[in-house]
Design a protein around this ligand. Structure first.
Ligand SMILES: [Zn+2]
Ligand SMILES: [Zn+2]
Length: 190
């Protein structure tokens, strides 16, 4: 590198001042180089009004054209709004579930009532069927039905060979036997 001659122009520009050439062989007194890096100041982007297109004042964030006020969304505010929305949502869900549970409970109690009434109906029917069984047993064991068909046989109620539309007599078993009627082999077995 050649030594450079630097010329400085004086402020009144009347003459040129010559400076001695820089001797690159001379050792510099201080070799440490301090570089001061200063952060560039935060510059806000210039924004333009969405309504009228004029410049928006950076300080008060107001449109210089139509005076529309702009707000900067702070992250904290957004976070709080989100927390609020979630909280309201959760509360709503809880209330919904609470009322749903109430409704289900009323359905359950209705069904329980129905079950109670059905089971009382069932026990009524059981009692009735016991009475009818008593009647049927009495009819089968004690009563001989003798149709007027000339066969001189007596039957139980419901026998295939008993034509209920024809005339018949009813005796107790002993009386039928005494009159000479024979038990039907189908309904009394052989
Ligand atoms: Zn505007
Ligand atoms: Zn019979």
């Amino acid at each position: 590198m050649e030594p450079k001659e630097v010329k400085y122009k004086s402020t009144n520009a009347s003459h040129l001042v010559e400076k001695a050439p820089v001797n690159i062989n001379s050792t510099p007194k201080d070799t440490t180089l301090t570089i001061k890096i200063s952060r560039p100041p935060k510059t806000e982007k210039t924004t333009y009004c969405k309504r009228c297109g004029s410049l928006v004042d950076k300080k008060n964030r107001k449109c210089t054209g139509c005076n529309k006020q702009y707000f900067r969304l702070s992250k904290v505010a957004v976070l709080w709004v989100l927390v609020g929305i979630i909280t309201v949502g959760l509360i709503g869900l809880n209330v919904y579930q609470y009322y749903q549970t109430l409704q289900l409970n009323s359905v359950i109690s209705e069904l329980q009532d129905t079950m109670v009434s059905k089971s009382s109906t069932i026990s009524d029917l059981r009692a009735k069927s016991a009475t009818y069984k008593d009647k049927a047993d009495f009819l089968d064991n004690e009563i001989a039905i003798v149709p007027d068909d000339g066969t001189y046989t007596y039957h139980k109620y419901g026998c295939l060979w008993l034509n209920k539309s024809s005339h018949f007599w009813a005796y107790n078993i002993e009386a039928a036997k005494a009159k000479g009627y024979k038990p039907c082999p189908y309904c009394y077995g052989s």
